[in-house]
Write a protein that binds this ligand. Structure first.
Ligand SMILES: Nc1nc2c(ncn2[C@@H]2O[C@H](COP(=O)(O)OP(=O)(O)OP(=O)(O)O)[C@@H](O)[C@H]2O)c(=O)[nH]1
Length: 302
């Protein structure tokens, strides 16, 4: 697993800069001599700004899908992802045949919930994470995040993606050429500072009070998530971000993979014991099978 390509799934709110970030990361990794495989999973993208090895738009005609099935844009994105997910095992097989890839970069739709909370998003993410070391990259529009309400919405999304997928996640504060990201890091790690900022903008509103409560509950979920500030325009911060990918891959190897293997083993054991129970019920002679199982156990110990 360690030698397999590191899969990076980019997510984030609409307009946070996911596609621009993928393009920049792609070119930086290429300059560093890595082989990168890129996948676009946004069926509604008008013009792809990075070279995609695999593009959902090649498989599904988004406009035709909307017209033929009278779907709105969000419905069509979900339907396109559902259709693509049914064939995703072929994508995995295809990438698995390539032995010289270091990174798989994936761009997802702007409508974040279309991927993060849909069955197809879960199927695609789980399929990738069961074969390749996989990390989530949550891209944040830093200038928009100066508002504590937007900041909290992003933390809510990032934490829920982290706890839903259980995959390592990194928060990428993008567009730092417009707004420095240190305030956001301080809010993430210093609860009091965030509370003070809410008080400064609005003390009374219902939203402010909801965000205070959310911070109280969520603070311990997001304060330790790794975060980095960068600009997908200028390339600032990528020198810090790229080495952190190794840490993220190690987290996958040390925490996600053992859990995945334990789950696989439990499923396998359950299947074997169900099959044995069925054979016993059918009155089959179990002696040769038990003998074979004992032999396998002896070989296992060797
Ligand atoms: N100043 C600045 N603008 C950026 C940066 N990254 C992206 N943008 C701009 O932000 C806007 C949105 O960028 P996209 O890359 O299309 O964002 P996205 O998240 O992929 O968008 P959707 O997929 O439509 O949600 C564009 O106008 C970009 O030029 C950055 O680092 N700095």
């Amino acid at each position: 697993m360690e030698s397999k390509p590191h899969c990076l799934i980019t997510m984030g709110m609409a307009g946070s800069g996911k596609t621009t970030f993928v393009r920049k990361l792609y070119s930086i990794l290429k300059v560093k001599g890595f082989n990168v495989y890129t996948i676009n999973l946004d069926p509604a993208i008008r013009k792809l700004s990075f070279p995609a090895n695999l593009d959902i738009c090649d498989a599904i005609n988004f406009k035709k899908l909307m017209q033929e099935y009278s779907l709105g844009p969000n419905g069509a994105i979900i339907t396109a992802l559902n259709l693509f997910a049914t064939k995703f095992h072929e994508v995995i097989d295809l990438i698995s045949t390539k032995t010289d890839i270091h990174y798989i970069l994936i761009d997802t739709p702007g409508q974040i919930e279309a991927f993060s909370w849909s069955a197809s998003g879960t199927i695609i993410t789980d399929s990738l994470a069961s074969v390749f070391p996989t990390s989530m990259l949550y891209v944040v529009d830093t200038p928009r995040c100066t508002n504590p309400n937007s900041f909290m919405s992003n933390m809510l999304y990032a934490s829920s993606i982290y706890y839903k997928t259980k995959l390592p996640i990194m928060i990428v504060f993008n567009k730092t050429d417009v707004e420095a990201w240190e305030f956001a890091h301080e809010w993430m790690t210093d609860f009091e500072s965030f509370m003070q900022s809410i008080d400064e903008i609005s003390n009374e509103s219902y939203l402010a009070s909801m965000n205070r409560s959310l911070a109280l509950v969520l603070d311990e979920f997001y304060n330790e998530l790794p975060a980095v500030g960068l600009s997908s325009f200028t390339g600032f911060g990528f020198d810090i971000f790229v080495p952190l990918l190794e840490t993220s891959k190690r987290e996958y190897m040390n925490s996600y993979l053992p859990e995945l293997e334990a789950k696989r083993k439990a499923v396998e054991e359950k299947r074997v014991s169900n099959n044995l129970a069925r054979m016993e019920e059918d009155g089959e002679d179990m002696a040769p099978i038990n003998e074979l199982l004992d032999q396998l156990k002896v070989n296992d110990k060797k």
